[in-house]
Design a protein around this ligand. Structure first.
Ligand SMILES: Cc1cc2nc3c(=O)[nH]c(=O)nc-3n(C[C@H](O)[C@H](O)[C@H](O)COP(=O)(O)OP(=O)(O)OC[C@H]3O[C@@H](n4cnc5c(N)ncnc54)[C@H](O)[C@@H]3O)c2cc1C
Length: 373
């Protein structure tokens, strides 16, 4: 039994949990961050392209592996480049940086703790959360930041029990291409899912392949290997190791309930990743900042009901975007089965301005872009 009492317990030290812990530490809140892995930097995949401006989150410039100013999309026969401003982040360095800047005077981090369940009072407020050894942890407010595990969000009905998912696999490869250009591959020609090539530091890059299709999921590595043989990819990429890493992301419908009583959920535990291109970090970081502000207000006014301000703010900013993005994701899934349709879509994109293309792929689109194919 854990005796110390905390303002907040965050379960899960991925991007969402770390950013929230950083924010709450800045507000001098007593926080316990629990992570089931022993090593916080044991990450299962490293792909991290983003349209975020790292200054928005006061992050060190060193978290950026490559500044991107050209995004090139490929269908079988058409290539469409847009001048854009994005970055590829060094995921391991980013997590290390967040761990370093979390204020340890206020935030305790415990690893190797896997939360399994909770107990609640008659009103539905969580009173304790419980790990797989039966140890209990107590706070005023609890946060599920456990990603797709959704250990509390699923039990509380805020996330689907078995969410629809996309799965990705990646190689870290030798790279001879431009370091300011990111590549996205769409359609059957690129093995029927979506592929990406993101430059890193030191002439390395991540070549990845992902799919929404359950039938393809078992052959992801095979398909990624086939992509290596495509001539324009082979010209700039050399596979020099056999380590394939991978991960899963939720592609459920938009979640509007992200708070219940004294439980608040951030990140993939409530599907906050943008459905179109699977960009998560910008959105989960924003969610973490919103959540921290709502938690601070609720605690300082001793009114836990104020946690719902986070939910209201999230929905106001993202509900419509995500609904449109979800429709676009569906169109992309349908289109990617046919190379001619993707070619057509690409020709259509070529008629659009760089700014419009950027809005579409960054998920920050307005009504106009939302109805493009
Ligand atoms: C293949 C792939 C490519 C992607 N590419 C990009 C990209 O280019 N750009 C981008 O921005 N996003 C990308 N994403 C999405 C992004 O990675 C996710 O949105 C993000 O990782 C979600 O962060 P999170 O903190 O919510 O969850 P996670 O990163 O999953 O972290 C959850 C943490 O909780 C811990 N945990 C789980 N269960 C428990 C438990 N019961 N008790 C204690 N701890 C627990 C886990 O060990 C983990 O550390 C990609 C995702 C995938 C799968």
């Amino acid at each position: 039994m854990e005796n110390k009492s905390y303002d907040v317990i965050i379960v899960g030290a991925g991007g969402a949990g770390l950013m929230l812990a950083r924010e709450l530490g800045l507000k001098k809140r007593k926080v316990l961050l629990l992570e089931r892995k022993m090593d916080l930097l044991n990450l299962s995949f490293k792909t991290l392209g983003s349209f975020m401006n790292i200054k928005e989150f006061n992050l060190s410039p060193e978290v950026v592996a490559a500044d991107i100013n050209t995004m090139t999309l490929y269908s079988k026969n058409i290539k469409c480049s847009a001048v854009t401003k994005a970055c590829i982040l060094d995921k391991e360095y980013l997590h290390k940086h967040l761990i370093d800047i979390i204020d340890k005077n206020y935030v305790d981090i415990q690893t190797g703790i896997s939360i399994k369940s909770y107990s609640a009072d008659a009103n539905g407020n969580l009173t304790d959360i419980i790990d797989d050894n039966g140890n209990k942890y107590r706070a005023t407010c609890y946060v599920d930041a456990t990603g797709l595990s959704g250990v509390l969000s699923k039990q509380k009905g805020l996330q689907d029990k078995k969410p629809d998912v996309a799965v990705g696999v990646e190689y870290n490869v030798k790279y001879k291409g431009r370091t300011d250009e990111a590549h996205l591959y769409l359609g059957n020609h690129y093995e029927g899912g979506y592929g990406w090539l993101f430059p890193l530091k030191n002439n390395r890059a991540i070549l990845g392949f992902g799919s929404f299709d359950n039938l393809v999921i078992n052959e992801l590595k095979l398909r990624l290997n086939k992509m290596l043989a495509i001539p324009h990819i082979a010209a700039i990429v050399e596979k020099d190791n056999d380590t394939a890493e991978g991960g899963i992301l939720p592609i459920t419908d938009v979640k509007t309930k992200v708070v219940q009583n004294n439980l608040i959920c951030v990140g993939d535990s409530v599907s906050q990743v943008n459905p179109v291109v699977g960009e998560g970090y910008k959105f989960i970081f924003r969610a973490a900042v919103m959540a921290a502000n709502a938690i601070e207000k609720a605690l300082s006014q001793n009114n836990i009901a104020l946690l719902t301000e986070y939910e209201q703010q999230w929905n106001k900013q993202y509900y419509n975007y995500y609904r449109k993005a979800k429709r676009m994701q569906q169109a992309l899934m349908d289109y990617s089965k046919s190379d001619s349709k993707v070619d057509f879509g690409m020709l259509f994109l070529k008629t659009k301005r760089d700014k419009t293309i950027t809005k579409i792929i960054s998920g920050e689109f307005t009504k106009r872009e939302a109805y493009l194919p």
